[in-house]
Design a protein around this ligand. Structure first.
Ligand code: HEM
Length: 218
Protein backbone atom coordinates (compact mmCIF):
# COMPACT_ATOMS: atom_id res chain seq x y z
CA UNK A 1 0.00 0.00 0.00
CA UNK A 2 1.45 3.42 -0.90
CA UNK A 3 2.48 5.41 2.15
CA UNK A 4 2.08 8.77 0.48
CA UNK A 5 -1.69 8.70 0.14
CA UNK A 6 -3.83 10.86 2.46
CA UNK A 7 -3.88 9.02 5.82
CA UNK A 8 -7.44 8.15 6.96
CA UNK A 9 -8.33 9.87 3.74
CA UNK A 10 -11.70 10.30 2.13
CA UNK A 11 -12.03 8.71 -1.28
CA UNK A 12 -10.63 10.75 -4.18
CA UNK A 13 -14.12 11.71 -5.38
CA UNK A 14 -15.08 12.88 -1.88
CA UNK A 15 -11.80 14.77 -1.58
CA UNK A 16 -12.34 16.61 -4.87
CA UNK A 17 -15.95 17.33 -4.07
CA UNK A 18 -15.32 18.59 -0.53
CA UNK A 19 -12.32 20.70 -1.53
CA UNK A 20 -14.27 22.36 -4.38
CA UNK A 21 -17.66 22.84 -2.70
CA UNK A 22 -16.94 26.55 -2.27
CA UNK A 23 -15.94 26.89 -5.94
CA UNK A 24 -19.16 25.18 -6.98
CA UNK A 25 -21.30 27.35 -4.76
CA UNK A 26 -19.64 30.48 -6.07
CA UNK A 27 -20.05 29.43 -9.74
CA UNK A 28 -23.64 28.29 -9.21
CA UNK A 29 -24.67 31.50 -7.44
CA UNK A 30 -23.07 33.93 -9.86
CA UNK A 31 -25.39 36.29 -11.70
CA UNK A 32 -25.69 34.62 -15.09
CA UNK A 33 -26.64 31.04 -14.07
CA UNK A 34 -28.91 32.37 -11.31
CA UNK A 35 -30.79 34.50 -13.83
CA UNK A 36 -30.81 31.64 -16.33
CA UNK A 37 -32.48 29.20 -13.95
CA UNK A 38 -35.08 31.87 -13.12
CA UNK A 39 -35.87 32.10 -16.83
CA UNK A 40 -34.68 35.73 -16.88
CA UNK A 41 -32.06 35.56 -19.64
CA UNK A 42 -33.13 36.48 -23.19
CA UNK A 43 -32.52 33.86 -25.88
CA UNK A 44 -29.56 35.91 -27.17
CA UNK A 45 -27.78 35.39 -23.84
CA UNK A 46 -28.46 31.65 -23.85
CA UNK A 47 -27.10 31.39 -27.39
CA UNK A 48 -23.98 33.24 -26.23
CA UNK A 49 -23.58 30.72 -23.39
CA UNK A 50 -23.82 27.83 -25.88
CA UNK A 51 -21.27 29.55 -28.14
CA UNK A 52 -18.79 30.10 -25.27
CA UNK A 53 -19.26 26.46 -24.25
CA UNK A 54 -18.70 25.33 -27.83
CA UNK A 55 -15.27 26.97 -27.98
CA UNK A 56 -14.27 25.21 -24.77
CA UNK A 57 -15.63 21.78 -25.74
CA UNK A 58 -14.09 21.93 -29.17
CA UNK A 59 -10.60 22.05 -27.69
CA UNK A 60 -11.45 19.75 -24.77
CA UNK A 61 -12.57 17.10 -27.23
CA UNK A 62 -9.60 17.61 -29.56
CA UNK A 63 -7.16 17.17 -26.68
CA UNK A 64 -9.09 14.08 -25.54
CA UNK A 65 -7.50 12.05 -28.35
CA UNK A 66 -4.08 12.51 -26.76
CA UNK A 67 -5.19 10.80 -23.56
CA UNK A 68 -7.33 7.94 -24.80
CA UNK A 69 -4.54 5.43 -24.28
CA UNK A 70 -3.59 6.74 -20.82
CA UNK A 71 -4.30 3.81 -18.46
CA UNK A 72 -5.71 6.04 -15.69
CA UNK A 73 -7.42 8.84 -17.61
CA UNK A 74 -8.42 7.06 -20.83
CA UNK A 75 -11.30 5.10 -19.21
CA UNK A 76 -13.04 8.38 -18.24
CA UNK A 77 -13.09 9.66 -21.82
CA UNK A 78 -16.39 8.07 -22.77
CA UNK A 79 -17.53 9.03 -26.30
CA UNK A 80 -21.13 9.28 -25.03
CA UNK A 81 -20.15 12.45 -23.18
CA UNK A 82 -18.96 14.37 -26.24
CA UNK A 83 -20.77 17.72 -26.52
CA UNK A 84 -19.08 19.63 -29.31
CA UNK A 85 -21.31 18.42 -32.15
CA UNK A 86 -24.48 18.77 -30.06
CA UNK A 87 -23.54 22.37 -29.27
CA UNK A 88 -22.74 23.18 -32.90
CA UNK A 89 -26.09 21.72 -33.99
CA UNK A 90 -27.98 23.67 -31.30
CA UNK A 91 -26.21 26.86 -32.34
CA UNK A 92 -27.07 26.40 -36.01
CA UNK A 93 -30.71 25.82 -35.05
CA UNK A 94 -30.85 28.91 -32.86
CA UNK A 95 -28.55 31.39 -34.60
CA UNK A 96 -27.82 29.98 -38.07
CA UNK A 97 -24.53 28.79 -39.55
CA UNK A 98 -22.79 32.13 -38.90
CA UNK A 99 -23.40 31.97 -35.12
CA UNK A 100 -19.69 32.43 -34.38
CA UNK A 101 -19.64 35.84 -36.07
CA UNK A 102 -22.29 37.16 -33.70
CA UNK A 103 -20.80 35.28 -30.73
CA UNK A 104 -17.00 35.30 -30.81
CA UNK A 105 -15.06 33.89 -27.86
CA UNK A 106 -14.89 36.28 -24.90
CA UNK A 107 -11.54 37.07 -23.28
CA UNK A 108 -12.52 34.69 -20.46
CA UNK A 109 -13.25 31.93 -22.98
CA UNK A 110 -9.92 32.52 -24.73
CA UNK A 111 -8.14 32.04 -21.37
CA UNK A 112 -10.23 28.94 -20.62
CA UNK A 113 -9.48 27.47 -24.07
CA UNK A 114 -5.75 28.07 -23.51
CA UNK A 115 -5.89 26.29 -20.16
CA UNK A 116 -7.67 23.31 -21.72
CA UNK A 117 -5.22 23.22 -24.65
CA UNK A 118 -2.35 23.07 -22.14
CA UNK A 119 -3.79 19.78 -20.78
CA UNK A 120 -2.58 18.08 -23.99
CA UNK A 121 0.63 17.30 -22.09
CA UNK A 122 -0.95 16.84 -18.66
CA UNK A 123 -3.41 13.95 -18.26
CA UNK A 124 -4.20 14.83 -14.62
CA UNK A 125 -5.21 18.39 -15.56
CA UNK A 126 -7.15 16.99 -18.50
CA UNK A 127 -9.13 14.76 -16.15
CA UNK A 128 -9.81 17.79 -13.93
CA UNK A 129 -11.28 19.76 -16.83
CA UNK A 130 -13.20 16.68 -17.97
CA UNK A 131 -14.67 16.16 -14.50
CA UNK A 132 -15.62 19.81 -14.05
CA UNK A 133 -17.50 20.12 -17.33
CA UNK A 134 -19.09 16.74 -17.87
CA UNK A 135 -20.07 15.98 -14.28
CA UNK A 136 -21.52 19.49 -14.17
CA UNK A 137 -23.45 18.80 -17.39
CA UNK A 138 -24.77 15.57 -15.89
CA UNK A 139 -25.80 17.37 -12.67
CA UNK A 140 -26.99 20.99 -12.65
CA UNK A 141 -26.67 21.02 -16.44
CA UNK A 142 -29.65 18.66 -16.63
CA UNK A 143 -31.73 21.10 -14.62
CA UNK A 144 -30.52 24.07 -16.68
CA UNK A 145 -31.39 22.13 -19.84
CA UNK A 146 -34.97 21.60 -18.63
CA UNK A 147 -35.36 25.26 -17.70
CA UNK A 148 -33.92 26.35 -21.08
CA UNK A 149 -36.27 23.97 -22.90
CA UNK A 150 -39.26 25.55 -21.22
CA UNK A 151 -38.00 29.18 -21.34
CA UNK A 152 -37.03 29.13 -25.02
CA UNK A 153 -39.37 26.41 -26.31
CA UNK A 154 -36.53 24.04 -27.21
CA UNK A 155 -36.79 20.35 -27.96
CA UNK A 156 -38.85 18.49 -30.53
CA UNK A 157 -36.03 18.86 -33.02
CA UNK A 158 -35.20 22.49 -32.20
CA UNK A 159 -31.95 22.80 -30.24
CA UNK A 160 -31.97 21.21 -26.75
CA UNK A 161 -29.28 18.69 -27.69
CA UNK A 162 -26.63 20.08 -25.33
CA UNK A 163 -28.29 18.65 -22.22
CA UNK A 164 -29.20 15.35 -23.87
CA UNK A 165 -26.74 12.48 -23.56
CA UNK A 166 -27.71 9.72 -25.98
CA UNK A 167 -26.92 6.38 -24.37
CA UNK A 168 -26.87 7.73 -20.78
CA UNK A 169 -30.35 7.01 -19.46
CA UNK A 170 -29.56 7.59 -15.80
CA UNK A 171 -27.23 10.59 -15.23
CA UNK A 172 -27.19 10.05 -11.45
CA UNK A 173 -26.01 6.45 -11.87
CA UNK A 174 -23.42 7.63 -14.39
CA UNK A 175 -22.09 10.21 -11.92
CA UNK A 176 -21.79 7.45 -9.29
CA UNK A 177 -19.85 5.26 -11.71
CA UNK A 178 -17.57 8.17 -12.56
CA UNK A 179 -16.89 8.78 -8.87
CA UNK A 180 -16.23 5.06 -8.32
CA UNK A 181 -13.70 5.18 -11.17
CA UNK A 182 -11.98 8.14 -9.48
CA UNK A 183 -11.94 6.21 -6.20
CA UNK A 184 -10.30 3.24 -7.87
CA UNK A 185 -7.28 5.35 -8.90
CA UNK A 186 -4.44 4.48 -6.58
CA UNK A 187 -2.82 7.90 -6.84
CA UNK A 188 -0.16 9.31 -4.54
CA UNK A 189 -1.05 12.42 -2.63
CA UNK A 190 0.81 14.81 -4.94
CA UNK A 191 -1.20 13.63 -7.94
CA UNK A 192 -4.44 13.87 -5.96
CA UNK A 193 -3.51 17.42 -4.98
CA UNK A 194 -2.68 18.26 -8.60
CA UNK A 195 -6.15 17.05 -9.57
CA UNK A 196 -7.83 19.19 -6.90
CA UNK A 197 -5.77 22.24 -7.92
CA UNK A 198 -6.72 21.80 -11.58
CA UNK A 199 -10.42 21.42 -10.69
CA UNK A 200 -10.18 24.73 -8.76
CA UNK A 201 -8.66 26.25 -11.87
CA UNK A 202 -11.39 24.84 -14.11
CA UNK A 203 -14.09 26.30 -11.82
CA UNK A 204 -12.30 29.66 -11.87
CA UNK A 205 -12.40 29.69 -15.67
CA UNK A 206 -16.07 28.72 -15.74
CA UNK A 207 -16.92 31.48 -13.31
CA UNK A 208 -14.99 34.03 -15.40
CA UNK A 209 -16.95 32.96 -18.49
CA UNK A 210 -20.19 33.45 -16.51
CA UNK A 211 -19.02 36.84 -15.26
CA UNK A 212 -18.56 37.96 -18.84
CA UNK A 213 -21.99 36.58 -19.84
CA UNK A 214 -23.55 38.61 -17.01
CA UNK A 215 -23.68 41.53 -19.50
CA UNK A 216 -26.83 39.78 -20.78
CA UNK A 217 -28.48 40.13 -17.36
CA UNK A 218 -30.30 43.39 -16.54
C1 HEM B 1 -27.20 27.06 -11.89
C2 HEM B 1 -26.04 26.49 -11.85
C3 HEM B 1 -25.78 25.13 -11.25
C4 HEM B 1 -26.61 24.28 -10.60
C5 HEM B 1 -28.09 24.46 -10.30
C6 HEM B 1 -25.85 23.13 -10.22
C7 HEM B 1 -26.32 22.05 -9.52
C8 HEM B 1 -25.60 20.94 -9.16
C9 HEM B 1 -26.07 19.86 -8.33
C10 HEM B 1 -27.47 19.76 -7.73
C11 HEM B 1 -25.07 18.99 -8.20
C12 HEM B 1 -25.07 17.72 -7.31
C13 HEM B 1 -25.31 16.46 -8.08
C14 HEM B 1 -25.03 15.24 -7.21
O1 HEM B 1 -25.24 15.27 -6.00
O2 HEM B 1 -24.58 14.25 -7.75
C15 HEM B 1 -23.96 19.48 -8.96
C16 HEM B 1 -22.77 18.84 -9.10
C17 HEM B 1 -21.73 19.31 -9.86
N1 HEM B 1 -21.68 20.50 -10.54
FE1 HEM B 1 -23.10 21.91 -10.59
N2 HEM B 1 -24.57 23.27 -10.68
C18 HEM B 1 -24.50 24.49 -11.30
C19 HEM B 1 -23.40 25.06 -11.88
C20 HEM B 1 -22.21 24.40 -12.07
C21 HEM B 1 -21.06 24.95 -12.76
C22 HEM B 1 -20.96 26.35 -13.34
C23 HEM B 1 -20.11 23.99 -12.77
C24 HEM B 1 -18.73 24.06 -13.36
C25 HEM B 1 -18.55 24.04 -14.63
C26 HEM B 1 -20.65 22.84 -12.09
C27 HEM B 1 -19.98 21.66 -11.91
C28 HEM B 1 -20.46 20.60 -11.15
C29 HEM B 1 -19.70 19.39 -10.88
C30 HEM B 1 -18.29 19.10 -11.36
C31 HEM B 1 -20.50 18.59 -10.07
C32 HEM B 1 -20.16 17.20 -9.53
C33 HEM B 1 -19.59 17.29 -8.14
C34 HEM B 1 -19.38 15.88 -7.61
O3 HEM B 1 -20.30 15.38 -7.01
O4 HEM B 1 -18.32 15.30 -7.76
N3 HEM B 1 -21.91 23.11 -11.69
N4 HEM B 1 -24.32 20.66 -9.54
Amino acid sequence: MPTDTHADAPSLSALVRSRTTTDHRSAERSGFPSALVRGEVALEGYVDLLAQHRYAYEVLEEVRDRHLSDPDVGPFLDARLLRSQALADDLVDLAGPTWSVAHPPSAATVAYVEAIAATAVDPVAHLAHHYTRYLGDLSGGQFIGRVAASTYGLGDGRAGRFATFAGIDDPAAYRDEYRARLDALDWPVDRQEALVAAVHEAYRHNEAVFDDLARHVD
